[in-house]
Ligand binder design. Sequence first.
Ligand SMILES: *Cc1c(COP(=O)(O)O)cnc(C)c1O
Length: 457
Amino acid sequence: MDDTVRQHKYLLTEDQMPTTWYNLAADLPTPMPPPLHPGRMDPVGPEDLAPLFPMELIMQEVSTDRYIEIPGGVLDVYRHWRPSPLFRAHALERALGTPARIYYKYEGVSPAGSHKPNTSVPQAYYNAKEGTKKLTTETGAGQWGTALAYACALYDMECEVWQVGASYDAKPYRRLMMETFGATLHRSPSDLTEIGRKLAQDPANWSGSLGMAISEAVEVAAQDPNTRYALGSVLNHVLLHQTVIGEEALLQMEMAGDTPTMIVGCTGGGSNFAGLSFPFMREKLAGRINPQIMAVEPASCPTLTRGVYAYDFGDTAGMTPLMKMHTLGHDFVPDPIHAGGLRYHGMAPMISHVYELGLLDAVSVPQTECFSAALQFARTEGIVPAPEPTHAIAIAIREALKAKETGEETVILTALCGHGHFDLAAYENYLSGAMVDEDVTDERFAESLSHLPVVPA
Ligand SMILES: *Cc1c(COP(=O)(O)O)cnc(C)c1O
């Protein structure tokens, strides 16, 4: 037995919790292209977004202030699980026999078991303050729906959730958790909305998609002045709220006396990745550190690595503003891979923009490599990861093994953005040997990419 005493965990006190969110828009070398109105095709103004979002969030969406104060009421709720721990993965390192040092920031300690409450709480807070009675939303694997259901319960608002059909069928316990928090759930596409009824006519849409579920939730919110809509990723204000992860991690890496040479995170819409990496990107842009920043996406929904950078709708039906982003086309229906949270056709416009500027790299991984990495992680670090962050773990392991060959000093920091306690059916699928990797051909993307909206130059 090895009786070496090591430090595994870096904890901050509540006093060290960040009191501001960091807005990367303030430090971008070039500004982002504006979102466009879906009908007029000109830049949207705050009044265009007012039926869907409270004014405080709209202002955050377009803000170029570097720091935005976190309201006291939100900090108070954050304190239920924040600051979250940063771990050094000594046991995983030893199993890999690598000289690389691996750190992970764990967001599974939140009430929903993921990073999502970092934004659901402020979103519900601002809505409640502006008199919203009900929030509608979509959810994939159910993490976002759970986080919003919890936040709505705190502020006494109704919560109505459209869940992607394939995930609704595969993850009954997630649904029950949302219902426990008081939310109403629907399988999407549903017969409760005009767009849902239309989509359901085509059997190919049976498994649903985040784009379809968004259309349904937006349709319902747009028709009722007391109802607004909440999005769990992609938008600037969502990425902003998640930066508490990276601000804490900066302090914790300092406690550890270490500096990351590489930051890796999984990207669905990009919010946990932005949350961890943007504060480090601020330091990188200021010339204080120089980590490689790497986004990891599933091989079956490779938005950054195989999508195009173009204006596209955020939803299937074309009801949302057009955003310039990396996209596979708004009517792309990805294979029902196990990492439901990564099955989105687009990527956050801010992530897409910095990717175009060359400030980050992207790579895709097949799901069997992810689950193999997940088992190695669970059997050393004792945490069963959600299927989404296993993508980042797989790349962390690849890099750690590379460091063993090259001897190059490698310090990896990753976001373990959620636990997988509700995703054990995916683990069963892998453990039984049934999981396969889909080879996605360019032809599959060609169809949906041919439906991109045409915008005036
Ligand atoms: C929602 C979710 C994701 C994907 O969303 P991002 O905005 O890319 O972070 C990834 N991991 C977990 C655990 C999630 O709940």
